[in-house]
Design a binder for this molecule. Structure first.
Ligand code: NAD
Length: 283
């Protein structure tokens, strides 16, 4: 059984780990926080139960969720990642944190292990500059919730090798994902555009031009989007949205990416969206 390592056990790491185990991988998931790992275990278990309930065929190979859970090692010890052929990194959207993680990963992992950075906005070449072999790293911007999304945005850094892209494509195929490949730039395509309209939606609510519900309904009913910008921001996590806008501002130096004060206030109050139970909506 192929072994995949997942670093960071938050929203995305848990989603990626759940997807991998469903598709026949053995998974090692690490985090610096034991509490995050415990929460991740609970989330993955609940998601597998939901998958089994609503998409039974997806779990036809293995019907026993307990058995799937046994294929995931939850650990704070990075040395366990040595046996992984792939590492999918999903740590907090912060350059320094990513740097610490990649410095450690390069020490621990085998020389042919492929590194996949899941980031919302940080240029892949910046992340790759922290390791001695940048050819073996590429970006994959997974969509949330991971298991339900068929497409991912792939980012080829300036030093990413063709071999790394091909190996990553193979992994994604096994995960049931298709790759849309773009060139490296802050925020890539998806978030460079989407974070601007989410930020404008925050201003509209702050200026009381329309209610939260009306803003979202306009996107859903008039534009046929599956979700409105405020629901989307709650799903992503308002802290992650804020971090992403800050990174876009830092790289582009353009004021259009400055965070709306309402967003900053909400994050400061711990209103982070779905994951904290309160954001633009209550959960
Ligand atoms: P999150 O805050 O839910 O989880 C981040 C996890 O990283 C936390 O559990 C934290 O304890 C852990 N962590 C921090 N430092 C670490 C370290 N040194 N080693 C190991 N673990 C560490 O964040 P998330 O929403 O899962 O986002 C993770 C990454 O995925 C970010 O780069 C984000 O931009 C990107 N992303 C997020 C979404 C989304 O919808 N939330 C979508 C696509 C990509």
């Amino acid at each position: 059984m192929e072994i995949a390592g997942v670093v960071g056990a938050g929203t995305m790491g848990s989603g990626v780990a759940g997807n991998l185990v469903q598709k026949g991988f053995q998974v090692i998931i690490t985090d610096t926080s034991a509490a995050a790992l415990q929460k991740s275990r609970e989330n993955i278990y609940q998601n597998l139960r939901l998958q089994k309930l609503y998409r039974n065929s997806e779990l036809s190979l293995v019907n026993d969720i307990e058995e799937l859970m046994e294929r995931i090692l939850f650990t704070t010890d990075y040395s366990n990642l040595r046996s992984a052929s792939y590492i999918i990194e999903n740590v907090t959207e912060n350059l320094q944190t990513k740097q610490e993680v990649y410095t450690m990963l390069e020490k621990v992992c085998k020389p042919d292990t492929v590194f996949i950075a899941n980031t919302s906005s940080i240029p892949i070449s910046s992340i790759a500059s922290y390791i001695h072999r940048p050819d073996r790293l590429m970006g994959v911007h997974f969509m949330n919730p991971v298991v339900l999304k068929e497409y991912v945005e792939g980012i080829q850094g300036s030093d990413t090798s063709k071999e790394c892209v091909e190996k990553t494509k193979k992994l994604l195929l096994k995960m049931g994902k298709k790759l849309l490949l773009v060139k490296d730039s802050p925020g890539f395509v998806s978030n460079r555009i989407s974070h601007l309209y989410m930020n404008e939606a925050f201003y509209i609510v702050e200026e009381q031009i329309a209610s939260v519900e009306t803003v979202d309904e306009i996107f859903k009913q008039c534009f046929s989007h599956a979700m409105g910008p405020l629901e989307t921001a709650d799903l992503i996590g308002l802290d992650i949205v804020m971090d992403t806008l800050n990174i876009l501002y830092k790289y582009y130096g353009n004021k259009k990416f400055l965070c709306c004060p309402l967003l900053v206030r909400m994050v400061g109050e711990g209103k982070l969206g779905r994951k904290s139970g309160q954001g633009f909506y209550q959960y």
